[in-house]
Design a protein around this ligand. Structure first.
Ligand code: SAH
Ligand code: SF4
Length: 372
C-alpha cells in the first residue's frame, strides 16, 4: 500500500475502526471516542479531538483523515423540505432530500451514482451506472444533512428516519451500504432505531438472502406489478429473480428479524400500465399470505419518459380495492414540488461511462416514503 495514502476514517464502521486502532496498538475504546467526535459532534480535525492524547492525534494526522463529500448546491422548499446536491469522488453528483413532518424528519439518501438496472419508469436507470458510493459518501450524506440542519451545533437531531431510496440500488453496493447502515444504527454515531432505517431494493435476491448476517434494518421491496409478465417489462431484474423467488427471499429476511416488522411493498402507479382495478385485485391475491404494508407511489413524470401519472381517482380506486382486501395502504404524497424534490424529479449529474458523446447525462433521484 502506498504509505502516502491516508485512510479515510469516514469509511469505517465501529468494527473496522477498532481494527484500525489495533494496528496503531491502541485500545478499542479509541474507536468509540473517534466515532463520537466525527458523527455526533461533527468534528473532522484530529487536533480538536481533545480526549485523545497528543501522540495519538499526531499518529492519526500522519496516517488518516476524515474525508466527506461536499455540498455543491442546496434548495429549501416553502414546506420545510430541503434538497442538497452532493459531489462524490467519481466526479458525479447525487442528491439527498430531508422531509420534516411534525416530530419526524426523513432523510432520503443515495447509494450509487446512477444505476445499472434500468427500470422503465426510473430516470436514474436511464442514465446508466457510474459508480458505487463509498461508505464515507453514504454515511457522509447523513453527516452533511446534520451539519446543514445545525444538529452538531445544537445537539438537536432532526433526522429520525433514513430511507435508501435515492439514486442507485443499495444491494448492488452491498459492503459499503452495510457499513453505512451499521454506522446509522450504532450508538456511538447516529444511533437510529432499526425500525427507522429502511433499505429499498428492486429485488437482488442473492443479496437479500445474505442480508440477515449483516443488518437488521427495515426492508422495502419495489414490486410495481402483480405478475411476472408485467413486472419483467417494468423491472428487467425480474427476469433473473421472479416474484415468487423474491417474496420467499424477503420473507426469510423478515422472519430472521424476530420482531413484528413487516416488509413494505412499493408500487409505483403508472397510468394505463399497472393501475387497473384488475391489477389491484391480482396484487391482493398475490400478497394474501405475505405479511406487508403497501406504499403506492403515483408515477412522477420526467423528460425522457412517455409514462404519465394516474388520476387521483384512479389512485384512490386502486387503494380502496387493496384496503377492502385487508391491507394497510399508504399513498406517497409529493412534497417540495417547488424544489423538484419528489420521486423522479431530482436530478443528479452522472458522469456517463456509456455515452461518450456527452460528458454528463441527467439523472433523477427518487423519493421518499415519509409514510414508511
Ligand atoms: N433502487 C432501489 C432504491 C431507489 S428507487 C429501488 O428500486 O427500490 C426508490 C423508489 O422510487 C423505488 O420504489 C422506485 O421504484 C421508485 N421510483 C423510481 N422512479 C420513479 C418515478 N419516476 N416515479 C415514482 N416512483 C419512482
Ligand atoms: Fe435502479 Fe431503483 Fe431506478 Fe430501478 S428504480 S433503475 S433499481 S434506482
Amino acid at each position: 500500500m502506498n504509505k502516502n495514502v491516508r485512510v479515510n476514517l469516514a469509511d469505517f464502521s465501529l468494527g473496522k475502526l477498532e481494527a484500525f486502532f489495533g494496528t496503531l496498538n491502541e485500545k478499542p475504546f479509541r474507536a468509540r471516542q473517534v466515532l463520537k467526535w466525527i458523527h455526533q459532534r461533527g468534528v473532522t480535525n484530529f487536533d480538536q479531538m481533545t480526549d485523545l492524547s497528543k501522540s495519538l492525534r499526531d499518529a492519526l494526522k500522519s496516517t488518516a483523515e476524515v474525508k466527506l463529500p461536499s455540498v455543491i448546491d442546496h434548495h429549501a422548499s416553502a414546506d420545510g423540505s430541503r434538497k442538497w446536491i452532493i459531489q462524490v469522488e467519481s466526479g458525479s453528483s447525487v442528491e439527498m432530500v430531508f422531509i420534516p413532518e411534525g416530530s419526524r424528519g426523513t432523510l432520503c439518501i443515495s447509494s450509487q451514482a446512477g444505476c445499472s438496472l434500468d427500470c422503465s419508469f426510473c430516470a436514474t436507470g436511464k442514465q446508466g451506472f457510474n459508480s458505487n458510493l463509498t461508505t464515507g459518501e453514504i454515511i457522509g450524506q447523513l453527516w452533511l444533512a446534520n451539519a446543514e440542519l445545525g444538529a452538531f451545533a445544537t445537539e438537536t437531531h432532526r433526522i429520525s428516519n433514513v430511507v435508501m431510496m435515492g439514486m442507485g440500488e443499495p444491494l448492488l453496493n452491498f459492503d459499503n451500504v452495510m457499513d453505512a447502515l451499521s454506522l446509522m444504527m450504532c450508538d456511538f454515531s447516529y444511533g437510529l432505531s432499526k425500525r427507522k432505517v429502511t433499505i429499498s431494493t428492486s429485488g437482488v435476491v442473492p443479496a437479500i438472502d445474505r442480508l440477515k448476517d449483516y443488518t437488521d434494518a427495515s426492508l422495502a421491496i419495489s414490486l410495481h406489478a402483480p405478475n411476472d409478465e408485467l413486472r419483467s417489462q417494468l423491472v428487467p431484474l425480474n427476469k433473473k429473480f421472479p416474484i415468487d423467488v423474491l417474496l420467499k427471499s424477503v420473507q426469510g429476511y423478515m422472519r430472521s428479524l424476530g420482531d413484528r416488522r413487516v416488509a413494505v411493498i412499493e408500487y409505483t402507479l403508472i397510468a394505463g400500465i399497472n393501475d387497473h382495478r384488475q391489477h389491484a385485485r391480482e396484487l391482493a391475491v398475490l400478497l394474501k399470505t405475505f405479511p406487508c404494508k403497501i406504499n403506492l407511489i403515483p408515477f412522477n413524470p420526467f423528460l425522457q419518459s412517455d409514462y404519465t401519472r394516474p388520476s387521483n381517482t384512479s389512485v384512490a380506486n386502486f387503494r380502496k380495492i387493496l384496503q377492502e382486501a385487508g391491507f394497510t395502504v399508504t399513498v406517497r404524497t409529493t412534497r417540495a414540488d417547488d424544489i423538484g424534490a419528489a420521486c423522479g424529479q431530482l436530478v443528479g449529474q452522472v458522469l456517463d461511462k456509456t455515452r461518450r458523446s456527452s460528458r454528463y447525462s441527467q439523472g433523477t433521484m427518487n423519493l421518499i416514503s415519509s409514510d414508511l
